[in-house]
Design a protein around this ligand. Structure first.
Ligand code: TMP
Length: 209
């Protein structure tokens, strides 16, 4: 059977990617595709448990390399337990965040270095990179304001970082966009939800077909 397609969705805080991802999932199911929606860190029990440790606001003592290793550990388990089996079944897997998040957040924003973070992740992913990545582009300040307005979205340990941190996250993503111009497609996320959805859907449909 033909191997599935691995699509990841990336962006800074408040880019609206999770909402659009769910809408993409529903539309692709309606279109008749075999699709699986998942997220990082999490998506399966072990990785959701690691997520709680990483994002817990009480864990202020967490070292940045510990943080990077925990994200990589959650990634590994999620990949082998959920993503790879679905791809082997021929499904389209849409995942909210993947390795680019670690490169931008831990590599660039935390200052560990993108190459170092790539190396530890290589151990976790064994060359399994996304086929397509949608980058939801929004000014970090506008993104954080969106979160502040958003009822129900719990504020996590990383949301509490300074605006400088979130600017470095976007800078990290920008260098990944330059490095992987074919894989990473940029979606202007400052527009209305409907406009962002249709731009994202168009890119995905074109890629699948
Ligand atoms: P979420 O808010 O999109 O669910 O992501 C959880 C947080 O974890 C978000 O602040 C981004 C951060 N993150 C990293 O710092 N590194 C990673 O590798 C991943 C997957 C997420």
């Amino acid at each position: 059977m033909k191997e599935g397609i691995f699509i990841t969705v990336e962006g800074p805080e408040g880019a609206g990617k999770s909402t659009i991802l769910s809408e993409l999932y529903e539309q692709l199911v309606k279109d008749g595709y075999d699709v699986m929606q998942t997220r990082e860190p999490g998506g399966i029990s072990i990785a959701e448990q690691i997520r709680e440790v990483i994002l817990n606001k009480e864990n202020t003592a967490m070292d940045k390399r510990t943080e990077a290793l925990l994200y990589a550990a959650a990634r590994r388990q999620h990949l082998v337990e959920k993503v790879i089996p679905a791809l082997e079944d021929g499904s389209i897997v849409i995942c909210d965040r993947f390795i680019d998040s670690s490169l931008a957040y831990q590599g660039n924003a935390r200052g560990i270095g993108m190459t170092e973070v790539m190396n530890i992740n290589q151990f976790a992913i064994e060359d399994r990179m996304p086929d397509l990545t949608l980058y939801f582009d929004i000014d970090p300040e506008a993104g954080l304001q969106r979160i502040a307005r958003h009822d129900g979205r719990e504020v996590n340990r990383l949301d509490l970082e300074s605006i400088d941190f979130h600017e470095r996250v976007c800078e990290g993503y920008q260098s990944l966009i330059n490095q992987y111009p074919e894989r990473i497609q940029v979606v202007d996320a400052s527009r209305t939800k409907e406009e962002v959805f249709s731009a994202a859907y168009e890119i995905v449909k074109k890629f699948i077909e």
